[in-house]
Design a protein around this ligand. Structure first.
Ligand SMILES: [Zn+2]
Length: 81
């Protein structure tokens, strides 16, 4: 079931919400699999600065959590054709 997940960037003090399933297949940790377009939107909102090196493909920076658990953002949708 999709949940509202907030991703943050502690360099720009920005945040973005994505609605997507949160998987907990590893104990004590959550994983999300955002689509290409969700990753693009997150990057644009979290760090829209061209050439900025603050963050990764998703634009997150700093510790990401969901319900107090560490959150892993899987970006494999970027490399799938
Ligand atoms: Zn940035």
């Amino acid at each position: 079931m999709p949940k509202l997940v907030t991703l943050t960037n502690d360099f720009h003090n920005s945040s973005v919400q994505l609605r997507l399933p949160v998987l907990q297949h590893i104990y004590g940790q959550c994983t999300i699999y955002p689509s290409k377009s969700q990753i693009a939107r997150a990057k644009r909102v979290l760090c829209g600065t061209p050439g900025c090196t603050c963050s990764n493909d998703v634009g997150t920076r700093g510790k990401q959590t969901v319900n107090g658990l560490p959150l892993v953002v899987d970006v494999s949708s970027l490399i799938k054709s």
